[in-house]
Design a protein around this ligand. Structure first.
Ligand SMILES: CC(C)(COP(=O)(O)OP(=O)(O)OC[C@H]1O[C@@H](n2cnc3c(N)ncnc32)[C@H](O)[C@@H]1OP(=O)(O)O)[C@@H](O)C(=O)NCCC(=O)NCCS
Length: 155
């Protein structure tokens, strides 16, 4: 995981110790990682050390529910989160997905940079509502965001 690989997403297990610790540190859900059926990734620095994590669930064909995106505090503000989200969205688009959702407590301005827009939780499709994260008490105060090609920033 070095050099040109830096911005690539490397699949990890839902019980990857660094991933779980990073989520736990910021109070993001870990209880449902293994049972979620989600796909999870790490992004690494030039030495191959993981510096960020993200993942998604596909609750129904065509919809990606992005989750568990975290850059440990020590490495924030250096473009890692941006590179990671860009790689994840490119990957999902390459898989033919074009309807993305996510929940966030307070990083909505970060996701708006990618064209995500806040929507009412009441407008969540059943498939998104059915994800375990949607029902978790810890996510009660989170806002729901949606991205589709036509919501791209500037369009
Ligand atoms: C959100 C998060 C992943 C961003 O990671 P990061 O590596 O610090 O992000 P970057 O350095 O790539 O930032 C890219 C830009 O977004 C901005 N940004 C980053 N986090 C932001 C936030 N929470 N709110 C508003 N803007 C933010 C940065 O200032 C930067 O702007 P600039 O290009 O003008 O300098 C990280 O702050 C984090 O792990 N937060 C806690 C977990 C979380 O909230 N996850 C989201 C829910 S899944």
């Amino acid at each position: 995981m070095a050099g040109a690989d830096r911005m690539q997403l490397h699949p990890i297990s839902p019980d990857d110790a660094g991933f779980v610790a990073a989520l736990e540190k910021v109070g993001m859900p870990i209880s449902d990682l293994a049972s979620s059926g989600g796909v999870y990734f790490a992004i690494a620095d030039e030495q191959g050390e993981p510096i960020g994590y993200c993942g998604y669930e596909m609750p129904v064909e065509g919809i990606a529910f992005i989750r568990s995106c975290v850059v440990p505090e020590v490495g924030r503000g250096r473009g890692t989160g941006y590179a990671m989200m860009t790689a994840l969205m490119e990957r999902l688009s390459a898989e033919g997905l074009s309807d993305f959702y996510l929940l966030t407590m307070d990083a909505d301005p970060f996701f708006e940079r990618f064209g995500f827009k806040i929507i009412s939780r009441d407008d969540a499709p059943d498939a998104v509502r059915s994800t375990s994260q949607f029902a978790l008490e810890v996510c009660n105060g989170a806002v729901l965001m949606r991205w589709r090609p036509e919501t791209r920033a500037g369009s």
